[in-house]
Design a binder for this molecule. Structure first.
Ligand SMILES: O=C(O)c1ccccc1NCC(=O)[C@H](O)[C@H](O)COP(=O)(O)O
Length: 178
């Protein structure tokens, strides 16, 4: 219902840990979304298959940064970029095993290296908030930014003032880097 009510340029994005191309496609059809953000360990063959069966679907693939996996992520970009429309970085939480929405930053040098390597645009995420998003954009030069935890108020809901400041700071930094 909410997804159906969205007017362009707004569109629903499914965030999912699904890893099977057919299941991802079916769930996107059921929900009526045109974009999917994949946070699971999706095999390259499944990404290829997803593009074959659903060329209309905008596929965002997460690159979950850990302490020591930069080379692995660079290889993942090399192997998958033909089947991915955009990458999104995120931060692994070793205490919980969570691969997204952890509120933790990671080594921005790794994100910057991924931006340089990727032929596809990269959205930066992982612990961003209004106070650090400008520095992150200037350091990493991503195509876009995203945040979750850093925009919440004490009640766990998105805080309007934090969102407005985040957007203003991000726009200022993107204008600066051109
Ligand atoms: O948003 C979620 O609830 C979520 C849950 C599980 C995996 C990923 C999720 N969101 C993906 C995002 O796009 C977040 O912006 C990204 O994980 C950054 O989160 P945070 O570090 O809390 O800003």
């Amino acid at each position: 219902m909410i997804i159906e009510g969205l007017d362009a340029p707004h569109a629903g994005v499914l965030i999912s840990y699904l890893t099977d191309a057919e299941e991802i496609s079916d769930f996107c059809r059921e929900l009526g979304v045109v974009a999917v953000q994949l946070h699971g360990d999706v095999e390259t063959g499944q990404l290829r298959r997803l593009k074959e069966i659903r060329p209309d679907l905008f596929v965002l693939k997460s690159l979950v940064v850990k302490q020591d996996n930069a080379e692995e992520l660079l290889r993942l970009v090399d192997d998958t970029h033909a089947f991915v429309d955009m990458y999104i970085t995120d931060t692994f939480d070793p205490r919980t095993g969570a691969k997204g929405a952890t509120g933790l930053t990671h080594d921005w040098n790794v994100s910057a290296e991924l931006v340089r390597r990727s032929p596809k645009p990269l959205m930066m995420a992982g612990g961003l908030h209004p106070e650090n998003v400008g520095d992150a954009i200037r350091a990493v030069r991503p195509a876009a930014v995203d945040a979750h935890t850093g925009l919440e108020g004490p009640d766990g809901r998105k805080d309007r003032a934090k969102v407005a400041k985040f957007v203003a700071e991000a726009r200022r930094a993107f204008d600066e880097i051109g």
